[in-house]
Design a protein around this ligand. Structure first.
Ligand SMILES: C[S@@+](CC[C@H](N)C(=O)[O-])C[C@H]1O[C@@H](n2cnc3c(N)ncnc32)[C@H](O)[C@@H]1O
Length: 239
């Protein structure tokens, strides 16, 4: 029985196991056929300075990303961690089914068509895998194909928390609120929960952040007119 994960441990001493092997009996990068793919880093605000600033500040041993798509923001963070020799992993949580707005208008090419449906089912996960393999970031990035809520329960069950958690999945108010509530609980004391789309185009994100912080008596910061940041003080223990 594994009592506590050490995201940095590749080999498994008796009661510690790597995040990758805890999630995947077979490494998902193994035997991947790259022949149908080219690098495609489509993303949204994925290379903004806020990522590097928070990585430099916290030098996290683990980053949890809820909402990954083709991996652009995770790749930006992993690349910076490699450059700055920050010894950490990035856990990428996504259904890789697309947010609901990707399905709402077939004429919006950047969304509906980029789901790359195969027999009606999105195949974007494989583009993500290709990107990570091609950029030689497999040691940094651990995929977790799961809903954000399901992943929260898995992480909680394992007793795993992280110093830095990024929320960029569904932008519907109730979903964002649930993600904030769940993942704030998983932020280590002294750590940061942050997310994208605190803007007029995504009113649900703004409302969810304001609601959570209002209820919890927490302050939030907005950086680059877009990114919301909530800190957990050293003294806080819960969510
Ligand atoms: C805006 S994209 C993420 C973009 C990525 N962070 C970047 O910067 O390149 C949102 C992603 O969240 C995922 N998503 C939406 N709702 C989800 C949910 N409830 N659970 C898991 N993933 C979800 C979608 O599949 C989509 O890939």
């Amino acid at each position: 029985m594994v009592s506590r994960l050490n995201p940095m441990t590749e080999k498994s001493p008796s009661r510690t196991v790597s995040l990758m092997s805890a999630l995947h009996a077979v490494n998902p990068y193994e035997n991947f056929n790259p022949s149908d793919f080219r690098i495609d880093l489509e993303g949204w605000n994925s290379e903004r300075p806020v990522f590097r600033q928070l990585l430099d500040e916290l030098r996290p041993s683990l980053v949890i990303e809820a909402g990954t798509w083709k991996g652009a923001s995770a790749i930006h963070m992993a690349d910076w961690m490699r450059t700055k020799q920050i010894a950490g992993k990035i856990l990428c949580i996504d259904t890789w089914l697309g947010s609901i707005d990707f399905w709402q208008n077939q004429n919006v090419k950047s969304k509906y068509r980029s789901l790359k449906l195969k027999n009606g089912f999105p195949s974007v996960y494989y583009q993500f895998l290709y990107n990570i393999i091609h950029l030689r970031l497999t040691d940094f990035v651990v995929p977790f194909p799961q809903t954000t809520t399901g992943a929260y329960h898995w992480l909680k069950g394992f007793g795993l928390k992280a110093p830095l958690i990024y929320i960029d999945a569904s932008h519907l108010e109730e979903d964002v609120y649930a993600d904030i509530r769940h993942y704030y609980e998983l932020v280590e004391p002294g750590g940061v929960l942050f997310g994208d789309d605190f803007c007029d185009e995504s009113p649900g994100v703004r409302r969810a952040v304001e609601r959570f912080c209002g209820e919890q008596g927490l302050d939030y910061e907005v950086r680059e007119n877009q990114f919301w940041i909530i800190r957990k003080t050293d003294k806080e223990t819960g969510g």
